[in-house]
Design a binder for this molecule. Structure first.
Ligand SMILES: O=C([O-])CC(=O)C(=O)O
Ligand SMILES: [Mg+2]
Length: 214
């Protein structure tokens, strides 16, 4: 299991969940989903603390989305919700950086979100968090500040679909592999970032990260 401390090198995919908090779905004018909305980011999107978030060329509305990340510990295919936690190796805090202008255009045209969500530096992550540090991932405070001002402040108990439900659901379609990261969706408060902004984000007082937009 110690290998999971390098989940970014080990994992083959980043599976993201969209609209998993009612207030965030509402703030973007989207309906509440009746089943999880999944999309992928490439692992080339990863950055870790000390690296900068880059505004992608041509993007004029880069947004932050703070999310609880679940790191898969054991290969999982078509598993039941009741057994899902056995396959969890640990956790991470992730930022689902989003080019909102590109995403809005893609939504309007029925195009994929690949570029809007998967560009280089679109997945800043914390260090690996041991599984024991988060005994109940469905009740964790999650927060994000920009230049010291709170923008997002939520709790994973407000997720529409629980961590167990998401793992089970995703595993019906993708074989989950050790090191894969599942980002569980963002609470409300997403907002536009500018050059030089400093983001601090965390899970309660379990972990916090800092990234600069450059
Ligand atoms: O772009 C969106 O709003 C969908 C999403 O990733 C989320 O809800 O976390
Ligand atoms: Mg997101």
């Amino acid at each position: 299991m110690s290998k999971l401390s390098q989940f970014r090198e080990l994992g083959k995919k980043i599976i993201c969940v969209g609209r998993n908090y009612r207030e965030h779905a509402a703030e973007l004018g989207n309906p509440i989903p009746s089943k999880p909305i999944l999309f992928l980011k490439p692992t080339s999107a990863y950055i870790t603390e000390g690296q900068m978030i880059k505004i992608p060329l041509g993007c004029s509305d880069l947004n932050h989305e703070v999310e609880l990340g679940v790191v898969i510990g054991i290969r999982a295919s078509k598993i039941k919700q009741e057994e899902a936690m056995k396959y969890v190796g640990g956790f991470a805090l992730g930022l689902d950086m989003t080019a909102r202008d590109w995403q809005s255009e893609a939504k309007k045209n029925g195009h994929p979100w690949c570029l809007a969500k998967g560009f280089d530096t679109s997945c800043p992550v914390s260090a690996f968090i041991d599984k024991e540090k988060i005994p109940n991932p469905n009740n964790v405070d999650i927060w994000l500040k920009v230049n010291g001002e709170t923008r997002q402040s939520g709790n994973t108990k407000d997720m529409i679909f629980s961590v167990e439900h998401l793992i089970s659901y995703a595993s019906q379609y993708f074989t989950l592999e050790p090191g894969d990261l599942l980002l569980t969706g963002t609470p409300s408060g997403v907002s536009k970032l500018n050059l030089g902004d400093v983001i601090q984000a965390g899970l309660g007082n379990i972990i916090s990260v800092q990234f600069t937009v450059s």
